[in-house]
Design a binder for this molecule. Structure first.
Ligand code: CDV
Length: 343
């Protein structure tokens, strides 16, 4: 039986250090309206969707730093974010939104939440596990920094898949006979750099994930970060960065037989920091179904059928029949590389 639903990535153009929160929220509301006109039931916003990607800056003022953080417990009720969630509920659209979270114990996390319009509340939260970059700025004064290890603690909530209600008709509920591919959609969230790590995808794959959501801020040209062995122009570097983005979204969607939605914050932020676009929706067979054409605010939309996940989950990637966990020891016992001895 088809399990169709309409999903969208809300790509956002740049948000600057000087941008006002109410203007950013207004842009997000406009994106929601556009998605609603297309019939979208689920909209993904980018990583740190409410602010500029501030971890590129060395921020020494505690007050300034705090201005980029929000609290997860008040994200739907605080006056400077509430209108977004209210509108999502009014339009009946589920949203996933990334933001810098300050927890009650003072820790900072790079977080996203999933808000269910049907439930009128946040039903899932994810904290970015793979924090890229460095704690200290690069020595090169012209380098693009990525100080996430300075401002954030690695995520501690794991890769917890969840079901979202009221997105597909006729979903099997508690008490019914358990049969894969018949319940409410199974979703997983990750944030930016996480998408490059197969481990997180497989954790979701092992929970039968059907749609992975991933918001991102990816620098187009950052040789100190990416490596400089092969010198590239900014244009060549950006083409490569978009290629790697799509490569991991397509490859991991295929290897876990799921759809994926990725939403960029794109364009030139804070005057000189270029972020890639390339927001896209990929299929369980690894194809790009829809993708952004600009580096501005843009809705990337597709109607999908979750039934398309079944083929991979039941044949090529039928985990229960084909996985050999006795052979995968190093994956959970080792972080760094251990090379074979020299000959
Ligand atoms: N925000 C990110 O996590 N950005 C990273 C870095 C390495 C640019 C990314 O993986 O895209």
């Amino acid at each position: 039986m088809p399990r169709t639903l309409k999903i969208a990535a809300a790509q956002m153009g740049p948000i600057h250090l000087t941008s006002k929160r109410e203007d950013t929220i207004q842009r997000m509301l406009t994106l929601l309206t556009s998605a609603s006109k297309l019939g979208a039931q689920l909209v993904l916003f980018p990583e740190t969707a409410l602010t500029t990607f501030f971890p590129r800056h060395l921020i020494t003022s505690p007050e300034e730093l705090e201005s980029y953080f929000d609290s997860a417990s008040t994200i739907t009720t605080a006056p400077n974010t509430k209108p977004l969630f209210d509108e999502a509920q009014k339009l009946g659209i589920d949203i996933s939104v990334g933001f810098a979270e300050r927890d009650t114990d003072g820790q900072g996390y790079n977080t996203c939440v999933y808000y269910s319009a049907k439930e009128a509340k946040v039903i899932a939260k994810y904290r970015k596990v793979h924090l890229p970059g460095t704690k200290e700025p690069f020595e090169n004064p012209d380098a693009v920094n990525q100080l996430e290890k300075r401002y954030f603690t690695p995520g501690n909530l794991g890769f917890q898949a969840f079901r979202a209600p009221d997105l597909v008709p006729g979903a099997a509920k508690k008490g019914a006979e358990v049969k894969a591919g018949t319940g409410d959609p199974i979703l997983g969230m990750m944030i930016c750099n996480d998408r490059r790590w197969a481990e997180g995808w497989r954790c979701y794959g092992l929970q039968g994930v059907e749609i992975v959501l991933c918001g991102y801020n990816t620098a187009g040209f950052a040789p100190d970060l990416w490596g400089t062995r092969k010198p590239m122009t900014p244009e060549e570097a950006e083409i490569d960065a978009v290629f790697h983005h799509k490569l991991v979204m397509q490859g991991n969607s295929y290897m876990n037989s799921c759809f994926s939605v990725s939403a960029a914050k794109a364009g030139m932020e804070d005057g000189k920091y270029d972020l890639i676009g390339g927001s896209c929706i990929t299929t369980p067979e690894g194809h790009v179904l829809a993708e952004a054409k600009t580096k501005d605010d843009e809705i990337v939309f597709a109607e999908i059928d979750l039934e398309d996940c079944r083929q991979g989950k039941e044949k090529t990637f039928d985990f229960v029949r084909h996985r050999r966990i006795d052979q995968y020891g190093p994956i959970t016992t080792q972080t760094g590389v251990v090379e074979p001895e020299y000959l």
